[in-house]
Design a protein around this ligand. Sequence first.
Ligand SMILES: [Zn+2]
Length: 142
Amino acid sequence: MLPVVHLIDEIINLLVKWFSKRRDFALKCTSTLCPNFGEKKLRRKLECASRMNVVKLNHVEYNVVDGDMDGHVHLTNNTCSCRKFQLEQLPCKHVVVVCRFLKLNIYSMASLYYTRNTWLNAYSDTIYLVQPQELWVILEDV
Ligand SMILES: [Zn+2]
């Protein structure tokens, strides 16, 4: 067997292991967001949110009074003055407080990239091993 083919086989075997392991983790996951990236961060923000107050400026803008830094949340634009919401595409602590205040689903404010379904889809494809060299179809002009 060509050394390159052997190397490709090893790489494919490694990818198959990684995909299988991650697919199994995603299947066992019961949370809406990925546990390590979205869910843990959001839970920490929920704990901080209990100590903050909301001032309604109009029907889409809210000021969140925080001890460290106040946050100006605009729900239609999906922005917060702390800029973490725009950067992470995950609700910052100010947005979490506003969602609680309005009884909105916090998860609906998170990007789809953090969801378990996106995680599952990323590893849903099957990786097939390289066929034995006798079965290869090689075009004449190659
Ligand atoms: Zn914020």
